[in-house]
Design a protein around this ligand. Structure first.
Ligand code: GTP
Ligand code: SPV
Ligand code: MN
Length: 575
């Protein structure tokens, strides 16, 4: 590793090299240095102790999918779902941008471990970066420093990540993955998913590639624990696209009538899953912190998150009020004085906080943090839940009839695009398993890999699909969401335990309205009917589009998915 660091230093020409230990003192001194240099702004320390604000370059506030590449030898191995470049060309192109890019800067060597240090399922990496903001975020988001370095020095294979903010020019911004070389190179962005290489680049893109070779799954999923008043425990792993509700569901506070239930957060964004000795699917959360969407967070929607981000938090691109406290849309108190760019707030200037403003916090600050998140073996998963943000069509919840049907449902997830990535928002696009931006190889092979689990165990989780985002004709959400999603999770658990019946439809099993307890919600007449209706005509159109999307994967697509799609379509007859 030393040789690698030396060769990078010889190419990037930093003034200094700093090997990160991950200590509190190191974190504090980096924060102090960033405050001095203006990278961070100190927020009101009385009301928000140890909280800081980072304002990104306005062109650098989200992931950039069009600049993100998977560089396998063969183009088909990356698949139509990824941008691809031939590895030697890719290295040449990006290495040219790294030449001398750290002059006048410090090169930080950041050893990290994704997953509990003691876990056989955890994996290590080393990120080289010239951004102290990245170091501070990696400290909160991963097990970073000496313990990870010790694992690596004991012979653990590790992912080599090279990152520089470069000159932040979007024309010279690239995020490249070389899965066969366990290498990531990222330049020109300081934003989360582009720069914190342990997260999307390692734990999902490289991780999914390794997972396929080794027989496990690396997924864009939250992991939540639900314990009933009787002490029955279930863990759900849920895949929703970016900014579609994972963090919120992972730390949900159930409505009053669910008194006695204990909800705990194992993870809010990524799950690594493997088949355990008992044939069940087990999951660990490779992360140790949250990089979460700020707007919309308030004591009613997500009290756990609201409390957790009142101290020891790095805010990115929020607004501030006149008392130098962070402010964002949907906070439901105070008023913005300065917007996310640092300009005096004006209505004409658009939203005060950036719609993709984020918080970074250590997971242990979450009041609902599950101790099981530290267990080397992780937790057994009862149900896998796919979901998307869809104003129309997709019902509140439905259950797959089999594992392969669940894989078809996952592969045809569609969702409205959000501010988490650059580009137009609110456009419905296919986002299989919520992994469209994150699968490090050809989706056709990924679907085959998912299907293969069926042959390896007869004890796999049930699979469901949910949609919290249906809207009425005025554009208002039909379903209250947030804590009330508990009502749906309870039905999911009851289905897993075979304790409740269901309405069989061609697309899957839906709840009988009477089995979803919504009496105390006072929903407008007809709401549940709309949320639980399967309109055959519209679903035929959907299934036609699904066929079109699946066919873009060509010959490598597992035939079974297309057959199953056709079987279901033929049952969608008008009633
Ligand atoms: P990433 O971190 O980008 O992967 O996103 P995420 O899936 O963790 O999304 P998150 O939970 O941060 O939610 C994104 C946005 O959706 C926030 O503004 C939330 O307030 C909003 N949201 C979350 N859950 C619900 C829900 O049940 N109903 C409605 N209407 N909005 C929700
Ligand atoms: C997402 O976009 O899905 C995120 C934020 O979780 S980032 O880490 O930037 O990818
Ligand atoms: Mn995410």
């Amino acid at each position: 590793m030393k040789k690698w660091v030396e060769s990078i230093a010889a190419h990037t020409l930093p003034d200094n090299i700093h090997w990160c230990t991950g200590s509190e003192e190191e974190y504090d001194s980096l924060i102090e240095m960033m405050v001095d240099t203006g990278v961070l702004k100190t927020l009101n320390q009385e009301t928000f102790p140890n909280c800081y604000l980072h304002r990104s370059d306005p062109s650098d506030v989200a992931r950039v999918e069009h600049l993100t590449f998977v560089c396998t030898k063969e183009r088909d191995d990356a698949g139509p779902n990824n941008h691809w470049m031939e590895p030697a060309d890719a290295h040449e192109k990006i290495d040219a941008l790294f030449a001398g890019c750290m002059k006048g800067r410090t090169l930080y060597v950041i050893p990290y471990c994704m997953g509990p240090i003691e876990s056989p399922h955890a994996r290590c990496g080393v990120e080289i970066s010239d951004s102290p903001y990245v170091v501070a975020n990696m400290k909160l988001m991963t097990r970073m420093g000496s313990a990870a370095l010790a694992r690596i020095e004991n012979g653990d294979a590790f992912v080599k990540g090279l990152h520089s903010t470069g000159d932040l020019d979007p024309e010279r911004r690239l995020i490249m993955h070389f899965p066969d070389e366990l290498t990531i190179k990222s330049i020109g962005s300081g934003y989360g998913g582009n720069a914190l290489l342990g997260k999307k680049c390692h734990a999902l893109r490289i991780g999914s590639y390794q997972a396929r070779q080794e027989g496990w799954l690396a997924e864009h999923m939250l992991i939540v624990g639900l314990e009933s008043p009787k002490g029955e425990k279930h863990y759900l792993a849920c895949a929703f696209p970016s900014a579609c509700g994972k963090t919120n569901l992972a730390m949900l506070i159930p409505p009053e009538k669910y008194k006695g239930w204990k909800i705990s957060t194992v993870g809010d964004d990524i799950a690594w899953m493997y088949i355990g000795e008992d044939g069940r699917l087990w999951a660990i959360n490779p992360e140790a912190g949250y990089f979460g969407v700020v707007p919309g967070t308030n004591p009613t929607t997500n009290r756990n998150a609201y409390e957790m981000i009142t101290h020891d938090t790095i805010f990115t691109n929020v607004a501030v009020d006149t008392h130098n406290q962070p402010w964002w849309e949907g906070m439901e108190e105070g008023e913005p004085a300065y917007d996310w760019r640092g300009n005096p707030y004006s209505v004409e200037g658009g939203s005060a906080a950036h719609p993709n403003a984020r918080f970074t916090v250590a997971a242990r600050q979450n009041p609902s943090y599950a101790e099981q998140a530290e267990h080397p073996e992780g937790v057994p998963i009862s149900a896998i839940v796919f979901g998307g943000r869809r104003a129309a069509l997709a019902p509140l919840v439905y259950q797959a009839k089999s594992w392969e049907h669940g894989v078809l449902i996952g592969s045809s997830v569609a969702s409205e695009t959000t501010a988490a990535a650059t580009g137009k928002t609110g456009v419905v696009r296919r986002d299989p398993m919520a992994m469209k931006p994150f699968c490090g190889y050809n989706f056709a092979d990924y679907f085959t890999h998912w299907l293969s689990f069926d042959k390896r165990s007869d004890n796999l989780p049930e699979i469901f699909h949910v949609n919290w985002f249906r809207r009425d004709d005025q554009g208002k959400f039909l379903w209250p969401g947030f804590g009330d999603n508990m009502r749906v999770l309870e039905w999911i658990i009851e289905r897993c335990e075979n304790r409740v019946g269901a309405n069989e439809t061609p697309i899957g099993y839906l709840p009988h309205a009477k089995d979803l307890d919504t009496d105390d919600l006072n929903l407008p007449e007809g709401t549940m009917d709309r949320l639980l209706k399967v309109n055959h005509t519209q679903w035929r159109i959907e299934f036609d589009e699904i066929a079109g999307d699946l066919k873009t994967y060509g010959d490598r697509l597992p035939k079974r998915l297309l057959e199953l799609r056709t079987e279901i379509e033929s049952k969608l007859t008008d009633r």
